[in-house]
Design a protein around this ligand. Structure first.
Ligand code: GLN
Length: 276
């Protein structure tokens, strides 16, 4: 079989990395490896130019206002145009929280100062009065594929979507984009932007697979993950080379136990509220 390589461009790996966001890169590599796909992680730090037409999936994590202020000039001036072109041409991209905000038109820091984003996504972010903090459950709708997504959010920014992007999903429990319109995240072409840390990908393997598949099919039309055999399950049993479900039992158990926790937390809050 021809060797398949997935190039992951990891933007600001040390500065934009809150709540274990780098676990998303690990999840991409892990799930690619299940299909015998090799990964190559390319760090894109301040001062690094983005190689054109090489990266299959970009990832940018969250950051505090301090880190966002430190990197935004490099992001706009050195990387912005190339990233906009890549996003337009269908390169897959996962942007989390602070990274999400900087893909949009602008982000208002808590002290009222407005910093620019690269405008690759038709969204803008205002400073909220309160932070949205806690576990979050959403009903995602990704190009007609409907599934639940779980994660953790901690942000002061309130993001509003323009007409050319679609939300990633509806908030079931949590704050989401702006704690008011019930939406979470933004999807444009093969870019997913979201407030969900967690990290999001290890908790939501379907999203991981979406990014791998879209990233590779963008360069290799018609490529599907289903066409690549799953080489091993989580126990690496060579005797069982193909598992029927692409999501392993460990991943399923992890998902449903966190989902239970999120739901029970909500009920607890309600009980507390009633007692007071
Ligand atoms: N500093 C941003 C905010 O508070 C992003 C935070 C984050 O990435 N978690 O909204």
């Amino acid at each position: 079989m021809k060797k398949i390589i997935l190039n992951i461009g990891y933007l600001y790996p040390t500065l934009m990395n809150l709540y274990g966001d780098r676990g998303n890169v690990t999840a991409l590599s892990y799930r690619a490896s299940l299909r015998g796909i090799e990964t190559n992680v390319i760090p894109l730090r301040p001062g690094d130019k983005i190689p054109k037409k090489k990266i299959h999936v970009f990832f940018m994590g969250g950051g505090q206002d301090k880190e966002q202020t430190l990197i935004y000039k490099d992001f706009i001036n050195l990387k912005g145009q190339i990233l906009k072109d890549e996003i337009e041409s269908g390169t897959a991209f996962l942007a989390v929280c602070g990274g999400y905000q900087l893909l949009g038109h602008s982000y208002e820091v808590f002290n009222g100062e407005k910093i620019k984003g690269i405008g690759a996504l038709d969204v803008y972010t205002e400073a909220g009065k309160n932070r949205s903090i806690g576990n979050i459950l959403i009903d995602a709708d990704l190009y007609g594929k409907k599934f639940e997504v779980i994660g953790f959010e901690n942000h002061g920014g309130r993001t509003f979507l323009g007409k050319t992007v679609k939300p990633l999903g509806k908030v079931i429990i949590g704050g989401g984009n702006n704690a008011s319109d019930g939406t979470e995240g933004a999807v444009y072409k093969n870019t997913i932007a979201t407030y969900l840390h967690g990290p999001i990908l290890p908790k939501n393997p379907l999203l991981t697979d979406f990014l791998i598949e879209r990233g590779l099919s963008n360069y290799n039309k018609g490529f599907t993950l289903d066409s690549v055999k799953i080489l091993k399950n989580e126990k690496n049993t060579a005797k069982k080379p193909v598992v029927s479900s692409p999501v392993s039992s460990i991943e399923e158990i992890a998902f449903s136990s966190v989902r239970e926790i999120i739901i029970s937390e909500k009920n607890k809050k309600r009980e507390l509220f009633k007692r007071n």
